[in-house]
Design a protein around this ligand. Structure first.
Ligand SMILES: [Zn+2]
Ligand SMILES: [Zn+2]
Length: 353
C-alpha cells in the first residue's frame, strides 16, 4: 500500500510499504476514507523528537475516518463495511489507568499512538491506504451517519482535546477567556468557549489568517507580534487579567503569555503539546497570582469522543471553520510543508488516499 513515510526533518514521502495485517485476534484492518495532519505531528515532522521515530520507516497520522475491511476472530463490535474512527491513542478501557480516565496512559497498549513513532507503540499511521487497529472492540467507534467523513476527522484528536481543555477551564457565563494558539484545536475551543460565556473571548496568535478566522468566530484577535498585548488585555478586563486561559500553542513564550495575562486566581488550562525541554515560566509568578494550572494536553481523547460526536451532531461547532484544504495522498507532502510553514491559509487538511 501507499503511505506517508517520515524520511527526516521536513521530509515526508509517499512510499510503497507492506500492507498491514491482522497480528492479534482482537485486531482489525481499516481502509482510510479520510485522514489529516495534526499540529502535534509537527514535532515529528520538524525532527524535534528524532529519537522517537525511525526515518524511512515511521508512517504518520493519527486522525481518521475509515471503513473496516477485515476483522480478527475475537472482534465482535465491527464488521467489514462499518464506517469508523479511532481516538489518536489505543486504549483497553479495562486497566487501572483507563478506568481512572487516563486512557492516553493505557497500561495494556503501553500508551500506543497511531503514527507517532517507535516511542509510542510503533503503530502505522492514518496517512496511508490501510491501518491496523489493535484492541478494536475496546476503543474503535462507529461514526454516526449524521457526521460526514471530513467532520469525523475532528473526532480523533482535535475536538476531544478542545472539549477536555475547555471543560478543565470551567468557563462560567461571565468569564473573560483567552485562547492562545488559533490552529484547529484552538479554533474549536474558541467556538466551545463562546457558547459558555457572554464575556469577551480573546484569541492570540501571530498568523494573520488564523486571527482573521478567530475574529469571524466572534473572538477579539490579538497579534502577539504586533499588538500591545498588556494594553489589549487590560482594556477588556478592567486591568485585572482574564479569568480563564486555554493554551494550545505548547511553546515556551506562549505559556509565559498565559501566565502573564491570567488574573489572580485565574485558571490556565493547557491543551497544547509541551515537548520542549525547558519552559521559561516562573513558579513564583504563578504562586504570586494563585494561578491554577490544569494540563490535559496528553489528552485522554477516548473519554471525550462520545461527547465530541454529540457536539458535531448538534452543530455546537462548525467543522467548516477549521477545514481548509483537500488533497490526495500524493499531494500530501507538499501540503504538509505548507501546513508546517503556516502558509496558504492552512488549518485542517483532508487527505483522501
Ligand atoms: Zn493530534
Ligand atoms: Zn487500558
Amino acid at each position: 500500500m501507499r503511505a506517508a513515510v517520515y524520511q527526516g526533518p521536513g521530509d515526508v514521502k509517499i512510499a510503497e510499504v507492506a500492507d498491514p495485517r491482522i497480528e492479534d485476534s482482537r485486531d482489525l484492518i481499516v481502509k482510510t476514507r479520510t485522514a489529516s495532519m495534526c499540529g502535534s505531528d509537527l514535532y515529528l515532522y520538524h525532527g524535534e523528537v528524532e529519537q522517537m521515530v525511525a526515518p524511512g520507516r515511521t508512517t504518520l497520522g493519527h486522525e481518521i475516518c475509515a471503513e473496516v475491511v477485515e476483522t480478527g476472530e475475537d472482534v465482535t463490535r465491527f464488521s467489514p463495511g462499518d464506517r469508523v474512527t479511532f481516538p489518536y491513542s489505543v486504549s483497553c478501557g479495562l486497566c487501572f489507568l483507563c478506568r481512572a480516565g487516563q486512557t492516553a496512559h493505557c497500561e495494556t497498549s503501553g500508551k500506543a499512538i497511531y503514527g507517532y513513532g517507535t516511542a509510542f507503540g510503533d503503530l502505522g499511521g492514518s496517512q496511508a491506504e490501510y491501518v491496523r487497529v489493535p484492541l478494536a472492540d475496546n476503543h474503535l467507534e462507529h461514526v454516526p451517519d449524521s457526521i460526514d467523513d471530513e467532520a469525523a476527522l475532528l473526532l480523533s484528536c482535535n475536538l476531544p482535546a478542545a472539549i477536555i481543555a475547555v471543560e478543565a477551564a470551567e468557563i462560567r457565563p461571565t468569564d473573560t477567556v483567552a485562547v492562545i494558539g488559533c490552529g484547529p484545536t484552538g479554533l474549536l475551543a474558541l467556538q466551545l468557549a463562546r457558547r459558555r460565556t457572554h464575556a469577551p473571548v480573546l484569541a492570540f496568535d501571530r498568523v494573520a489568517y488564523r486571527l482573521a478566522r478567530a475574529e469571524q468566530l466572534g473572538a477579539t484577535p490579538v497579534n502577539v507580534d504586533r499588538d500591545p498585548v498588556p494594553e489589549k488585555v487590560a482594556e477588556v478586563t478592567a486591568g485585572r487579567g482574564v479569568d480563564k486561559v486555554v493554551e494550545f500553542a505548547g511553546r515556551g513564550p506562549a505559556f509565559g503569555l498565559a501566565v502573564s495575562i491570567a488574573r489572580p486566581g485565574g485558571v490556565i488550562s493547557g491543551g497544547g503539546v509541551y515537548l520542549e525541554n525547558e519552559y521559561p515560566v516562573s513558579l513564583f509568578d504563578m504562586y504570586f497570582k494563585n494561578l491554577q494550572l490544569r494540563l490535559n494536553g496528553f489528552a485522554n481523547a477516548k473519554t471525550a469522543q462520545w461527547q465530541a460526536m454529540r457536539v458535531l451532531e448538534h452543530g455546537v461547532i462548525d467543522p467548516a471553520a477549521v477545514i481548509t484544504h483537500r488533497v490526495t495522498l500524493e499531494e500530501f507532502p507538499d501540503a504538509a510543508a505548507a501546513f508546517a510553514a503556516r502558509a496558504d491559509g492552512f488549518l485542517k487538511l483532508v487527505i483522501t488516499p
